[in-house]
Design a protein around this ligand. Structure first.
Ligand SMILES: [Zn+2]
Length: 386
């Protein structure tokens, strides 16, 4: 394997899936630069026009998918501030935390209707377990349901416009350069970039006790249903400047609560606080690709000139990819217990999914580990991408 190289501006590595580079600068940084060409002054008017022209339901103007995070609180506020009446739709996270639930309850105070669609918990746990062993992603059900449930709700309630938050291809630089200009979220975006790791919904009926009837909400609606509705899944960051910290400040002013302590594996306390399995998911990203959530957050701050590359290296080295011995107030065995996974099984699957080319090994080929138990990276932001 070729040595890992890094973006000259941020800390994104060449191992990041679907990331492109040009002149040593990664796609996420290039996309960010392009955003200075946006005509932000006309964004709000375009946004209002699109929602008004596509209105079908006499009561609701659009759907806002909400999770219990800072961005969803901001999205709902923004839509209402622009004069619209959203229907908020929640697909609950895999293991919703008390603070996540509190933030959902807070969101209901903003003054709009709210529906929550929960799938069969027993079946979901089986899928969590299956995806953990099969593709190394314990959070797989959440990755698909947060997209399919709002689209199902759009069809059910005859509301054509869904207002998503930021476009991942723009913000995190995944995919082809032209995908930084994606206007609508649709089935292609879900299948290509939805972190499904090659596991398809149709594969799930191989799991003992799971039938096709259990999978209704996991399936993206049929093309006919989508066409009849005239679905338009738009991204708020195409019309209003998007900034995680600004969203957090606005959300906090509306009663959103951050975590009282820092979150393991990252460098702040206001994101990914609504699901206990985030830590496991992020750890697997580190094992597979050699970077994780602390890198994502630091890179966002570097691009916005809120953190230097030099300082970011220190924060990332100290926090990225830490062994997820606990997350918020829960210990790892407790989190795994919901899926009938033992600690021994967990550690074995970690090793199975580790890309050994990225980590230091002893003479016998065993992983050399950091004091927290996670493997130590070979590269330390040393080489720039050409
Ligand atoms: Zn970059």
């Amino acid at each position: 394997m070729a040595p890992v190289t890094y973006c000259r501006r941020c800390l994104y590595p060449s191992t990041k899936p679907d990331l492109w580079f040009k002149d040593g600068i990664c796609g996420a940084c290039h996309s960010f630069d392009k955003r200075s060409d946006y005509d932000w002054d006309s964004g709000p008017a375009e946004f209002r026009k699109l929602i008004t022209e596509n209105k079908k339901n006499p009561k609701y103007d659009c759907i806002v998918p909400v999770s219990g995070g800072k961005d969803s609180t901001y999205q709902v506020w923004r839509v209402m501030e622009q004069g619209f009446n959203p229907l908020c739709v929640t697909a609950p996270t895999d293991q919703l935390t008390p603070i996540g639930r509190e933030n959902i309850e807070n969101l209901k105070n903003l003054g709009c209707d709210y529906v929550e669609i929960s799938v069969n918990r027993n079946v979901r746990s089986k899928i969590n377990r299956h995806a953990f062993f099969e593709v190394g992603d314990i959070q797989w059900p959440e990755h698909i349901l947060i997209y399919t449930i709002p689209v199902r709700a759009a069809v059910m309630f005859n509301i054509p416009v869904i207002v998503w938050g930021e476009c991942g291809q723009r913000e995190y630089g995944a995919g082809r350069p032209e995908d930084a200009f994606i206007k609508y979220f649709d089935r292609r975006v879900l299948e290509e970039y939805g972190s499904l790791n090659g596991l398809r919904v149709t594969d799930l009926i191989e799991i003992d006790g799971v039938t096709s009837n259990d999978l209704y909400f996991y399936e993206y609606p049929d093309v006919d249903e989508i066409d009849n509705l005239g679905l338009k899944g738009i991204y708020l960051d195409n019309y209003f400047e998007w900034h995680g910290i600004t969203n957090m400040v606005i959300a906090q002013s509306l009663g959103f609560k951050v975590s009282p302590s820092n979150i393991r594996g990252t460098i702040h306390n206001y994101e990914n606080i609504d699901n206990y399995v985030h830590g496991i998911h992020d750890y697997f990203k580190y094992l597979k690709f050699g970077f994780s959530r602390a890198t994502d957050v630091a890179c966002n701050l570097i691009r916005r000139k809120l953190l230097s590359r030099h300082d970011a290296k220190m924060l990332v080295s100290a926090n990225d990819g830490l062994y997820p011995s606990h997350y918020l107030d829960k210990e790892l065995p407790q989190i795994l217990n919901a899926y009938n996974i033992s600690l021994e099984q967990f550690n074995q699957v970690c090793d199975d999914y580790t890309n050994y080319d990225l980590f230091k090994l002893d003479k016998s080929g065993n992983l050399l580990r950091r004091p927290d138990g996670s493997p130590a990276l070979v590269s330390t932001f040393g080489d720039y991408h050409d």
